[in-house]
Design a protein around this ligand. Structure first.
Ligand code: SF4
Ligand code: SF4
Length: 140
């Protein structure tokens, strides 16, 4: 029948026109995200043992870690940065961490104006946390 497709299309349009609105009013209202959603990253520095596995696992050299030996001779974290501009959000770093120290957050508002701003500084040892003698930098 001539015009059958047009009538069918208009039917769908009218169904949605009078149906419940599904448009989300972002940014006034934040969207309901799935628990599985991968946004930015958070580091629990207390849990991090500065093993560098996450940096070595990352296929794009996103993660840079600096560590040193503490007074107890154990390796400790001094600095942890991620260049999110290079990140594939593949999750390999999160999966590989043996202590569950690095995790995804649901923060997806990652737009920025400069390349420097794409670097997430997730941890930096402060002056009063005693400086290191034998520093080491690990990259992927
Ligand atoms: S999500 Fe993938 S690309 Fe991004 S930092 Fe982790 S391992 Fe690297
Ligand atoms: S794999 Fe986990 S514990 Fe090891 S350096 Fe990365 S965040 Fe820290």
């Amino acid at each position: 029948m001539y015009g059958k497709g047009l009538i069918k299309g208009l039917g769908i349009t009218f169904k949605h026109f009078f149906g419940k609105a599904i448009t989300e009013q972002y940014p006034e209202q934040m969207p309901n995200l799935s628990d599985m959603f991968h946004g930015s990253f958070a580091l629990d520095a207390e849990k991090c043992i500065a093993c560098g596995i996450c940096a070595k696992t990352c296929p794009n050299n996103v993660i840079k870690i600096a560590s040193s030996k503490g007074e107890d001779k154990k390796r400790r974290l001094d600095d942890y940065q991620m260049n999110i501009g290079l990140c594939l959000f593949c999750g390999l770093c999160v999966e590989s961490c043996p202590t569950d120290a690095i995790n995804f957050t649901q923060d997806f508002e990652l737009a920025c104006f400069t390349r420097e701003d794409t670097v997430l500084k997730l941890y930096q040892r402060t002056e009063d946390e005693s400086a290191s003698q034998s520093g080491e930098v690990m990259e992927g």
